[in-house]
Design a protein around this ligand. Structure first.
Ligand code: TEU
Length: 590
């Protein structure tokens, strides 16, 4: 799969519109809006971005921040209007950039006209557009849901919601306000195709497809295995992910819609690690999706088999193992990678994988930048990642957390363990480390009031991280370090170098290099086809000094750049190389 294509070399930038920039043109003060995105197009172009992906801006009751859509063809007034989106697309095109739509079609909002019709009666025209099942009754007559699956966002309850009116349960995997569509019904599939066409015809260039691997559910809705005996419901992902008709539905989308346009597609595919299953979706001959988001790297600190709000120890060798697995898989089996370590559902990467204290924050952010800009695949940056934004500070009280997942989780833990301060302390720690809220604080544009996110006197919908006076885009753009670059400048340079050497970094071969230290992740990249150009990347994932030995057979020509300074690193070309805390270096081979 080393055939060049625009969507392979593109750099995609994810915008979480509520927190990007508020110009006051939307209907709710303190919310980011589409005009805010338009205002920053030059900033994005200058950074090196090619495609802008916007998290959902459609009409929505906002139970799950727009991932609960009530009208796929209209814009939520808090973000602006369809006319604003048309202007945005125009502005992107004028700069040679493209627009990617967030397609959320595993479920709709419970306020979508389709669901309102579906729940109105058992004989409603769209009854079968959603997943309805009768109750199960105990011998003593107690009513139970059809199985033991828990809902995903916070796991406070069953994935099935009882409907009094029609006396049946409907499936809603995320929250009760997000009922799952019944993709077995061909009318549903056609309605989805129609949504895709609507946005493509309006000028969109492709889709990020939300939990697309959940659209086909297992037959018979079997119970999930018990992971937490204390909890009334259990994570059921083994049952509901990558069901029997997934590939058929994806090929159908491709044949009926995508192949008539020039598009980029990336499917969000949590819970799946099986190589065969992955290649079925992204194999170049399969005509399903260009690429998917694989979760192994962002799930590195989850208890296996559980949902995200758990803590699990991990080591730098896990990063090496996971990345090597997927770099190799896609090269060997003709698939395509997506490179990402942040999004709106995860904590900030520098806080998770490195050390976000003042002394090391910028270094860690540069290390992660060097890694991502030198890996094979299409690169995704999440807003603020290019600034090295970090998690909310631990002392921030839980009331500042606004995400439905955090709220449900906190409620669940309080209900389960009311008399166990230890358990609740642990739950606090889970939120401090892993809440989705950390990625959702407003982008820090400047050191001014509200970090320049919204006007003075306006309350941002979510608190600005307290570090904005030191961590912000203006300071990093204007930074004139004698010795080094700001995180933003480092990203700019990394993206430019990735493009300049695309045959190597985007399309080239990958070889992991073993060394002395467990904390080092080192690899070699060589240009596609001839392998003429080759680079070595050495990354120290630890806060201590480490030694790494240049392997026999690797002939270093020179060290080109590193995370510690503007000048080329002064390191040995053979034998042992010493790296400082969180240091990453890039060298060229003969
Ligand atoms: O996320 C789906 C998903 O499985 C996770 O990333 C999820 O947020 C995590 O497991 C919770 O711990 C997508 C969206 O990205 C997310 O924002 C939505 O809440 C979800 O789908 C429902 O649409």
């Amino acid at each position: 799969n080393t055939q060049p294509a625009w969507w392979k070399e593109a750099v995609v930038y994810q915008i979480y519109p509520a927190s990007f920039l508020s110009t006051g043109s939307g209907s709710i003060p303190g919310w980011g809006d589409i005009r805010g995105v338009i205002n920053k197009l030059d900033y994005l172009k200058h950074l090196g971005v090619d495609i802008v992906w916007l998290s959902p801006i459609f009409k929505s009751p906002q139970v799950d921040m727009g991932y609960d859509i009530s009208d796929y063809k209209d814009i939520d007034p808090r973000y602006g209007s369809l006319a604003d989106v048309d202007d945005l697309i125009k502005g992107l095109k004028a700069r040679g950039m493209r627009f990617m739509v967030d397609l959320v079609v595993n479920h709709t909002s419970d306020q979508h006209a389709w669901f309102l019709n579906s729940r109105s009666s058992k004989s409603a025209a769209k009854r079968d557009w959603y997943i309805w099942q009768p109750a199960k009754y105990d011998t003593d007559g107690k009513r139970n849901p059809p199985n033991n699956w828990s809902m995903i966002l916070g796991e406070a309850n069953s994935a099935w919601t009882w409907d009094e009116e029609t006396q049946e349960y409907y499936l809603a995997l995320f929250t009760p306000e997000q009922p799952d569509l019944n993709w077995r019904n061909p009318e549903v599939r056609e309605a989805v195709h129609d949504v895709l066409r609507f946005w493509l015809d309006r000028g969109a260039s492709g889709f990020r497809m939300d939990v697309i691997n959940l659209i086909s559910k297992v037959e018979g809705y079997p119970d999930a295995e018990v992971v937490d005996p204390n909890a009334p419901y259990q994570p059921g992902q083994k049952q509901f992910a990558n069901g029997p008709h997934l590939h058929e539905y994806l090929q159908d989308i491709n044949a009926k819609v995508l192949r008539h346009y020039d598009t980029i597609t990336v499917g969000e595919m949590p819970f799946v690690h099986d190589e065969t299953e992955i290649i079925k979706v992204v194999g170049s001959a399969r005509k399903e999706l260009n690429m998917i988001f694989i979760f192994d790297l962002v799930d590195i600190d989850n208890v296996p088999g559980s949902f995200r709000l758990t803590l699990h120890p991990w080591r730098p060798t896990d990063i090496r193992r996971i990345i090597t697995k997927y770099q190799r898989l896609m090269l060997d089996q003709d698939g395509w990678n997506s490179i990402f370590i942040e999004n709106h559902d995860n904590p900030r990467s520098v806080s998770r994988y490195c050390d976000d204290s003042d002394a090391f924050r910028a270094l860690g952010a540069k290390l992660l930048c060097l890694m991502q800009t030198t890996l094979a695949g299409t690169l995704y940056i999440y807003q603020g990642e290019e600034l090295g934004m970090r998690n909310l500070r631990p002392e921030v009280p839980p009331e500042e957390y606004k995400d439905i997942e955090s709220i449900n989780y906190w409620r669940k833990m309080n209900a389960l363990y009311p008399d166990s301060p230890g358990k609740l302390e642990e739950a606090r720690r889970v939120l401090q480390r892993k809440a989705r809220d950390h990625a959702r604080t407003p982008v820090q544009w400047s050191g001014e009031v509200n970090a320049g996110f919204c006007a003075e006197g306006t309350e941002p919908w979510m608190m600005v991280n307290t570090d904005y006076r030191t961590v912000n885009a203006k300071a990093q753009r204007e930074y004139e370090g004698e010795e080094d670059l700001s995180v933003l400048q480092f990203w700019q340079r990394g993206l430019a170098s990735r493009k300049e050497h695309r045959d190597c970094f985007v399309y080239g071969g990958f070889e992991v290099l073993e060394g002395e230290s467990e904390s080092v992740f080192a690899y070699k990249r060589m240009s596609r086809g001839d392998g003429k150009e080759a680079f070595v990347v050495v990354l120290n994932f630890s806060g201590g000094e480490v030694e790494w030995r240049v392997p026999e057979g690797v002939k270093m020509e020179k060290w080109v750049t590193g995370t510690y300074g503007k000048k080329a690193p002064e390191l040995a070309l053979e034998g042992t190389v010493k790296l400082r805390a969180w240091e990453g270096v890039l060298g060229m081979c003969e």
